[in-house]
Structures are given as structure tokens and as C-alpha cells.
Design a protein around this ligand. Sequence first.
Ligand code: NAD
Length: 490
Amino acid sequence: MTVLNGTTDYSSFFVDGRWAAPAGSGTLEVRAAATGDRLGSVPEATESDVDSAVGAARGAFDDPHGWAHWSPQERREALERFAAALEQRAEQTATRVSAQNGMPLPVAMQFEGGFPAMLLRYYAGLAADAPADETRDGMLGGRARVIGEPLGVVGAIVPWNVPQGITFLKIAPALAAGCTVVLKPAPETVLDAMLMAEAAEEARLPAGVLNIVPGGREVGAHLVSHPEVDKVSFTGSTAAGRAIAETCGRLLRPVTLELGGKSAAIVLDDADLASTIESFFASTLLNSGQICWLGTRVLAPRSRYDEVVDTVSGLAGALVIGDPLAEGTQIGPLVSERQRDRVEAYIAKGRAEGARLTVGGGRPEGHEQGWFLQPTVFADVDNGHTIAQEEIFGPVLSVIPYSGEDEAVAIANDSDYGLGGSVWTRDPDRGEAVARRVRTGSIGINHYVNDPVAPFGGVKASGIGRELGPEALNSYRTVKTIYLGPPAQG
Ligand code: NAD
């Protein structure tokens, strides 16, 4: 690694427990979202590097005395060391993520600095305290021992929006279950992945247990189809998820897919939005709208429509836009020029389709460098409009009117997606009754938080499978039954 004039350039990446020279000569350049300045580079993996990484993970998994055969308690100790090493780097990691993708630093400290260690400890404890091993009395005279065994080599592919948090949604349960991992980070956010590798090295994870191959979609596709990979865990766009699912279907390879979203924030007619405005912000516009579960369709009762539009527009218009590393910033830049172009195209589409822009819609003054965009609210949006149907992945909210709870639920469910959502009401019981009717993987009442203990994932085009909770641990296990004879007599 070379650090020069504030840029960090790596000449190797982490495979088989060491910093290995890449097979090719390509590099991935990383730029700051707030300025476009160069932050550093990482060598780009080739297919041959992926082969080496998968070979290392396979060797580590198949070692008869290796990771998969350690007791859950032994793995717990190693993962505790990994968690501690990550915590030591929490600030550096959060700062790198903020600089790369524009996430405000306090958010990055939570999602990127703190959450990974929390997940490692949660899953290491879960696996150690409740090993998947149960003997059942049979109905036909014998007994059956049912064992959860680690599934094997996991190919994990993650996006740039919450790079560390999303990575650990996958690798914490995978490692705790006894799997070995090849991780492919997104090219926009590879620098923080190098810190993760340093932490793994410091924690003395056995060679081959965690391998990191930086690259783009071709590298990802090679990993997905590699014959020695036993499971794929992917977070990203629905389009890429479909391609990955096709490959995994052909190979009969288990796959977890966390894909796009267009969730509904349902404001009921008794809601007190003003008193929950911080939670409302965190559930709709956090990270400049670059989080998959955000409630970007705000459903407002006609009886209070103007008031809800005013409150939401007031919130969006008052947010502090700025350098993600500066104190007080609530809205940083988007991750890249390409992403801002994409979001601006949706804003133009919203206007063209007749929605009423109430705030934002352009680039903020005083932020000529980088990929800044004003938080934007459209009113009078029809749920059939493009901006209400397609995932924008930027700071753009659509306020859609409804009459009565039945129509609110119908609009919420009239989407290809079903990932997150929220209900805003003074009456939690009423909120839960509405929440139960929404076709989605998770939904909150007056707030939305991905708690480690509770499964998170999507229905419909938002994906297959669940992360978080004990459910995710089991998704990295395969179940084996050993038929035992009857208990010995005497
Ligand atoms: P993307 O799908 O283009 O890329 C995501 C990752 O997959 C990157 O590492 C990329 O290199 C890789 N990739 C792309 N195509 C691939 C292929 N065919 N085979 C293998 N790997 C491939 O997504 P993006 O634009 O980087 O991220 C934004 C998307 O991610 C949004 O749609 C968002 O909703 C989604 N997302 C979903 C969740 C969730 O948990 N459901 C969380 C965060 C982001």
C-alpha cells in the first residue's frame, strides 16, 4: 500500500490469508463523491484471481481440521478477534466509506463503523449458544439426528451504498456457520474493503476463510458461476439479481438475493408526522435516498393531503446539504456522476408525466464539484407514474394521495417490489393492522430499523431469502439427517 498526498494505492489484495499480487495489470480508481478527486486505487481482479480465491476458500473449507470443523466456540473466539480488529478501524472505515460514496459520517459510523462488529458478535454467539444439532424420537422405531452443517464456499457480491454493513449481513452468518467466503466488493467502494482485509489478517482468521477480489460485474459473474462455489449471496439491482438467479437456477446453486425496492411510507389520517419527523427522514431520505428499503412513495390521505405535502416538502427543503465528512451534513452527494445522471433523468420524467415539483429538483448552489443533488419532492403523483414505479435510488420522494385505508394498502401493494415500508399513526394497533396487509418483507410503525435479531429481505422483485436473524444463519447451513437405531436397551 502506498499513501501519497492523501491518496491510498494498493498493489495487492487479500487472498488465502496473504496480500497476493494480482494476475493482471488493471486497476480500479476510486473517486471522492463530494469532489470527484482521486482517493486511491486497488488492483482489479481477473478471472484467474477469482479462481485462486475460490481455490483458497475451497481448500480452507475442505480441510478436515479447518474452519468448517472447528467448534462454534472456536469460531466465536476468532470472530470476536475480527470484531475487535474492525472496531479499532471503525473511524477510518467510516471515513473511507463517506469519502467514496457520500454517506454522511455519523451514518457511516453507525452502519459501516459499528454494525459489522455487532453482527459478527451476534452470529458468533448464536452459532455457539444454539448449535444446530438435535436428536428426535422417530415414529417408526428409531431416532433421527438432525445436524446443520456449513453449506460450503460462499460467493458474496455487494453494492456501494452501504458497503460494509451489507457485506457483514452476509459474511457474519456465513463465517459463524462455518462457511468460507470469497467477497467481491463494488468498484466504487473498494478502499474500505482493504481495511476489512487488514482486520481479518490481524484477527488471524485461517488462510482462505475470507478472500476479497475487487472487480466489476464480469468478475462477479465469474464468481457466481464458478464450479467450486456452493452458495451465492447477492445484494444489488433487480436486473443483476435476475441474471444471477438464472445462473444459480441452471447450476441448482442456493442463492440469497437482496434487490431493489419502492417501498411505501403510509401516513394514516391520525398521524403526527411533525413529532416523528426525524424517524420519517431516516425512513425515507437517509443516505440521499441510496438505500434499498427507503419509503420513497409517501401515501397521504386526501383529507390531509396538502398538510402532508407541506410537511414532507418542508423537511426536504430544510435538510443540510454538504460535505459528507463535515459536521451537521444530512444530505451528502450521490455516489457518482452516472448515478446523479440517472436520478436527474427520473426527475425530468416526473415533470414530464405531470407530477408537481414542490421542492428541489436541481443541483444545490455552492456545490459545483461532486455529485450533489437537492432533496426533491413531487406531489400529485399517480402510482402509475414512472417515478412511483421504478427505483430511483436518489433523494426523490413521491407523495401519492389515497382515500381510505383499503386504497392505501392497494396502492402500497401495486408495485413490482416488496422490501420495506412504514406506517405513520398515533395508534400502534391500527398501524400494525395496516402493516399486516402490505405485501413486503419488513415494515415499521413510526420508524424503520434493521435490527440484527429480525429477518430482512424482500418479496416479489425485491428478492429471495432473508438476511439477519437466526433465519440468515440457517441460510448458510445445509441440514443432514442421520437415522439412528432405537436407543440401546439396558
Ligand atoms: P448493481 O446490481 O449494478 O451492482 C451490485 C454489485 O453486483 C456490484 O458489486 C456489481 O459489480 C455486481 N454485479 C453487477 N452485475 C452483476 C452480474 N451480472 N453478476 C455478478 N455481479 C454483478 O447495483 P448497484 O447499482 O451497484 O447498487 C444499487 C442497487 O442495489 C439498487 O437497485 C438497490 O436497491 C440495490 N440494493 C439492495 C439492497 C437490499 O438489501 N435489497 C441493499 C442495497 C442496495
